[in-house]
Design a protein around this ligand. Structure first.
Ligand code: NAD
Length: 321
């Protein structure tokens, strides 16, 4: 396929950036944007010089896109994704992939029956610092992840586990090549009816321990990943895309000396790398870096944590967000 004709469904806070990036990357052509908010969709479409639609069926019938970014609220992912897959479009679905695990399984079945690519928007995998650290990580024994920031009333439909912690869970699951032995999680509602602070621990069968702390009611912003290995300690700053490596070397006459390295590497916009990879996968017919199985696995871990935070009795509410 020469040029991938792409549409974006949902051009709110994040979707507008998907639409913009498709006009900037190689091998893609933005053929339209869709949103139920008429004023919003016309504003975005006009800025980018593409057609605006408020009706998804009309968009699919008129433009017949090769691929779609699904950037609508999570509870509507399934409905939009099924329609698009039904018309043969490859999909990039924002995280969390769906609101419920059975919905993710349904999408997995449809996409594999129709041989369509289904990528999940775990954008931190495309963070240049994460990609740099991944090349160094060998044998993690302890991982600590912190994602903290001040309250924003914009996101109140889900708690911090599905909104923020899912990013860290996906990164940790991708770094530790082992099954999970057990999970423990705690959380507190502070400003919304959902958990606004959560702390979780994952113990892997191979002995690796991961501790994740997330908060959306903390004044100071912090987004870090610290990986301890027997021979070194690697720190990733997600926001500045910096990596720091600490290790010790034996110096003649001086014994063990601590060395701190700051690797130099190109830093690029993660969304651009993510969407370019999606487009390349379609053109080359290869599997995405973050497929639906990974998206579903991260969602399963979130659901297990939410059950511990909110109690077994609220499982139904948890699964349905
Ligand atoms: P948003 O509310 O700002 O935007 C959603 C847009 O979808 C709105 O403009 C709304 O009018 C539109 N919409 C709703 N239902 C629709 C439908 N059926 N058809 C067409 N349009 C519809 O939300 P957002 O913050 O942009 O989040 C969207 C998705 O992206 C969510 O799944 C969220 O979890 C995810 N997200 C991911 C990241 C990330 O870091 N990867 C960051 C933010 C949001």
């Amino acid at each position: 396929m020469e040029t991938v004709r792409v549409g974006v469904v949902g051009v709110g806070h994040l979707g507008v950036h998907h639409a913009r990036v498709y006009t900037e990357i190689l091998g893609a052509k933005l053929v339209g944007v869709v949103d139920v908010n008429e004023e919003r969709v016309h504003e975005v479409a006009e800025n980018l010089g593409v057609p605006a639609y408020t009706d998804l069926d009309k968009f699919l019938d008129e433009t017949r896109p090769d691929a779609i970014s699904v950037v609508v609220p999570t509870v509507t992912h399934l409905e939009v994704a099924k329609k698009a897959l039904g018309r043969g479009a490859h999909l990039l679905i924002e995280k969390p992939v769906t609101a419920r695990i059975d919905e993710a399984e349904e999408l997995l079945r449809i996409a594999s029956d129709r041989n369509l690519i289904l990528q999940v928007g775990h954008i931190e995998r495309f963070n240049s610092a994460v990609q740099q650290a991944r090349e160094m990580v060998n044998e993690p024994v302890y991982i600590q992840s912190r994602r903290l920031g001040p309250f924003s009333p914009r996101i109140s439909d889900v708690g911090v586990v599905l909104d923020l912690m899912i990013h860290d869970i996906d990164i940790i699951l991708s770094l530790v090549k082992s099954d999970i032995a057990d999970i423990s999680a705690m959380g507190r509602c502070v400003r919304t009816p959902h958990e606004d602070i959560a702390s979780a621990q994952i113990r892997f069968v191979n002995g690796t321990i991961a501790h994740i702390l997330v908060s959306r009611v903390t004044e100071k912003r912090m987004r870090t990943l610290e990986i301890t290995e027997p021979e070194r300690y690697i720190m990733v700053n997600y926001e500045t895309q910096d990596v720091t490596v600490h290790h010790c070397i034996q110096k003649p006459g001086r014994g063990l000396v601590e060395v701190v390295e700051h690797p130099v590497f190109p830093k690029r916009e993660p969304l651009k790398l993510e969407l370019q990879d999606f487009v390349n996968c379609i053109r080359e017919g290869r599997e995405p870096l973050v497929g639906l199985r990974d998206g579903k696995r991260a969602l399963e871990v979130c659901v297990a944590m939410l059950r511990q935070i909110h109690g077994e009795g609220e499982q139904g509410n948890v699964a349905a967000l």
